[in-house]
Design a binder for this molecule. Structure first.
Ligand code: ARG
Length: 562
């Protein structure tokens, strides 16, 4: 229930104008109403004074909406005063009726594939992968919420020439037990070692190439080592996904496309898009101010881009997406621009988008690890959980389930912070700030949710029933502010999806939590008279419901107690 939209709608009908919503203003002074419509633009086209037009509009839209209590004109403006009781009734009845389904929409028009997380086998899961993981997961939930069919895909980096190097290093210097014990860290050490040694000894590169050719030819010796690398890596990645409580519909990594690339290469050839260059096959993109996209190496080998081409076609065929999103760091912008251009040149008009994001900067640099520059995700998440556990021990030592709540709060704090700004901005990370219970943080919103639950629990067991509520009680400024925000939830989800910006939800949750805390500070709930208490408890229930739904959308848990 968006009241601004309700007001815009009656104006649209009266004026036959489509752009009302954007031009409706929210006056700073409440004495000027909840929404104000300026008539300057119409005055120009209709060649009448704005004040005359305002008066005419007022007449036309009077008594056209149950939510509007009063309409006044003030100079060039038509001011709308909402009926606060009617607004409260509409929103609260709907939330009571729909519960956690409140706000869900049917704006979706089919499947959206969301390629996210997609770490590289045998390489550490770094903080950039955390960003794609939490942004992608939030978009997955948000698209699903507004009615699309979300398809979450982890495009694991599990194929490529680097595996020839890995196998070479393993055969030369590796130890099976050491890898079993230390996992990706050890695999990465071997990989780094390979590069150091290869500077001196050129034959290593040849050996690596030979191993990769074996892999491509289906050699069981090579493939079994490779498969084991994948398994070792997935063990670690899955630990992180479990901690984050994030799931994928498909784990189709790059190797999945090994037998699906020929078809695309053939089609490129047939469409006259392939050119030879130094023995390699490329798509020339000079006309579009881009370097060529290499599709086949000199030795006939395929590349990351070749696999991404096959991937796009597979996803179109398999899921018939209406939208295909790739949540990948900014540094791959060119790759995706090239990829989308080539698909367009092949004659396909698909809605595909690269969803980039900024870097994570560490305040104070206290997070450095033994590896130096890369922060390992597991360490970061473990640290967050440890710190929230300490806070909980201090604030609420008798809490049940302390370990699980510490996980929800610690991990939630990191996710919330990551999704607090527009994606493209760098995330600045400071433990004190993200774990604070009274900043614009995950713990603050979670705490507000738990507080609402506690108020409800203390309010008695009576079921909340819209028929027993006198909604005019909720006409005070603080209740009303909260009601308006509750009413906007569904539209916020649509906006977040349209812009692919989870922060729209994150900020909304902070606004709602703040409005609720003001409401609770200004209004007695539990000690009020029966009718007042009933009405206010209903509002508390609605806030709790929507905070929980919103947190779920961005992938943050909403513990009942903390
Ligand atoms: N594995 C890549 C990386 O870690 C990301 C893959 C993104 N997805 C894709 N379809 N290219 O940088």
């Amino acid at each position: 229930m968006d009241f601004k939209k309700a007001v815009a709608d009656i104006l649209t009908i009266a004026l036959g104008d489509e752009d009302i919503y954007e031009s409706l203003e929210t006056p700073r002074d409440v004495k000027l109403g909840d929404y104000a419509f300026p008539c300057f633009r119409l005055a120009k086209t209709l060649k009448k004074s704005p004040a005359v037009i305002a008066a005419q509009i007022k007449e036309k839209v009077e008594n056209k909406s149950e939510f509007v209590a009063r309409i006044e004109t003030a100079g060039a403006y038509v001011n709308f005063f909402l009926d606060k009781g009617a607004a409260a009734k509409a929103v609260i009845s709907e939330i009571i009726d729909k519960g956690e389904r409140y706000g869900r929409g049917s704006a979706g028009r089919g499947a959206v594939t969301i390629d996210f997380s997609s770490p590289n086998v045998a390489k550490p899961f770094h903080i950039g992968h955390l960003r794609t993981t939490v942004i992608g997961n939030a978009l997955y939930n948000i698209y699903d919420f507004i009615g699309y069919k979300s398809v979450g895909i982890n495009h694991l980096g599990d194929w490529g020439t680097q595996f020839g190097k890995m196998i070479t290093a393993y055969v030369k210097w590796g130890d099976r037990e050491e890898i079993e014990k230390k996992g990706v860290k050890e695999l990465n050490r071997l990989y780094v070692l390979f590069h150091r040694e290869a500077k001196e000894d050129k034959s290593l590169e040849d050996e690596a190439r030979a191993w990769f050719i074996k892999m491509q030819n289906g050699d069981e010796d090579a493939l079994s080592v490779w498969r084991w690398f994948v398994e070792i890596s997935l063990r670690e990645f899955n630990k992180i996904y479990r901690l984050l409580d994030i799931k994928f519909d498909y784990f189709t990594g790059e190797s999945f496309y090994n037998d699906k690339m020929d078809a695309v290469v053939t089609e490129l050839k047939e469409k006259g898009l392939l050119e030879e260059s130094d023995g390699a096959m490329i798509v020339n993109l000079e006309r579009y101010d881009m370097p060529p996209l290499m599709v086949l190496r000199k030795d006939g080998g395929t590349l990351y881009a070749t696999r991404d081409l096959a991937t796009a076609f597979y996803r179109k065929e398999e899921f018939n997406f209406v939208k295909s999103l790739y949540v990948v760091g900014l540094e791959q912008s060119l790759h995706f621009k090239q990829l989308f251009k080539v698909i367009e040149l092949m004659g396909y008009d698909w809605d595909m988008a690269h969803i980039p994001f900024g870097l994570v900067r560490l305040e104070g640099g206290k997070l450095s690890t033994r590896e130096g520059q890369v922060v390992l995700m597991e360490e970061l998440l473990d640290e967050a959980v440890k710190r929230s556990k300490a806070i909980i021990e201090r604030k609420n030592p008798s809490l049940d389930n302390k370990d699980e709540v510490a996980r929800q709060v610690g991990v939630g704090a990191i996710i919330f912070n990551d999704l607090y700004n527009s994606r493209i901005k760098d995330v600045v990370f400071s433990w004190e700030r993200i774990l604070s219970f009274d900043g614009e943080t995950g713990p603050y919103v979670q705490y507000t949710h738990a507080r609402a639950r506690a108020v409800l629990a203390n309010g008695g067991t009576a079921a909340i029933d819209a028929d027993n509520i006198d909604f005019s009680i909720l006409a005070d400024e603080f209740s009303y502010e909260t009601v308006k925000l509750l009413g906007a939830f569904g539209d916020k989800a649509i906006e977040a999806a349209e812009k692919c910006e989870p922060y729209i939800i994150t900020r909304y949750l902070v606004d709602l939590a703040q409005a609720f805390n003001r409401f609770y500070h200004e209004n007695m709930v539990l000690s009020a008279d029966a009718a007042v208490k009933t009405a206010r408890l209903a509002l508390v229930f609605c806030v709790k419901t929507v905070l929980a739904s919103g947190l779920k959308l961005i992938g943050v848990a909403a513990p009942e107690k903390m």
